[in-house]
Design a protein around this ligand. Structure first.
Ligand SMILES: [Zn+2]
Ligand SMILES: [Zn+2]
Length: 217
């Protein structure tokens, strides 16, 4: 679905009947007419209610077939010409619009996730905190990669990962537990702790917080 749409994100199609730009819609799971697949996850449809094809269609179908339907102009991606498609109501295909903006966003996120996953194998050798941290903080990334990234953060043993993690609100609670464990391992390995009052990272043996000056005894 994502890849199918990606190729056509920048394409624009126009209705030959009303010259309005066609709307990118999710294709129905099967061809209404012949039961075959559309061969595409998306299709471009003229959703203009003032479109002459659509306005005239009601009368045309009523006279020709005797039922209440009309046509909307439809074009499949990559094809030069579209075709009138029968619709049974004004609502047909409304609400099926593909949200190109969020699709583009999701695609960018996915590319970043993939890059980070590829870097995991070498991140400890490269002392590369970025990839593992990126995955831990990306709530839409795959669960397995995030858990692996969490383990790698312990190996990387870099205190710099703690602040960004503490500033992140985790949706997945089991991952949150795992990351909390990882943080306490990293703190212990560096002889540090978090101040219970101000959350700053301080020496494990500190009796008074260096930052908020409060008593830790
Ligand atoms: Zn039109
Ligand atoms: Zn403090």
């Amino acid at each position: 679905m994502l890849n199918a749409c990606q190729a056509h994100l920048k394409e624009k199609y126009y209705c030959p009947h009303c010259q309005q730009q066609l709307t990118c819609c999710n294709a129905p799971p099967f061809h209404v007419g012949d039961g075959l697949g559309w061969g595409s996850a998306i299709m471009y449809i003229c959703l203009n209610d003032e479109c002459s094809l659509y306005v005239k269609g009601w009368k045309h179908i009523e006279e020709k077939y005797g039922h209440t339907s009309s046509y909307r102009y439809m074009q499949l991606p990559g094809e030069k010409e579209g075709t009138p498609m029968m619709v049974g109501s004004n609502d047909a295909f409304k609400g099926c619009e593909v949200d190109l903006e969020s699709l583009t966003k999701e695609n960018k996120r996915y590319i970043k996730e993939k890059e980070a996953v590829e870097q995991l194998d070498t991140c400890v050798a490269d002392r590369n905190l970025t990839a593992a941290l990126h995955l831990v903080l990306d709530d839409a990334a795959g669960k397995e990669s995030r858990e692996r990234a969490c383990d790698l953060l312990v190996e990387l043993n870099d205190l710099a990962c703690i602040d960004p993690i503490r500033n992140h609100k985790f949706i997945n609670h089991s991952l949150e537990q795992k990351i909390n464990m990882a943080i306490s391992q990293i703190l212990t390995a560096n002889f540090k702790k978090e101040c219970p009052h101000c959350a700053e990272i301080i020496k494990a043996q500190a009796k008074v917080c260096l930052h908020c000056k409060r008593d830790l005894g």
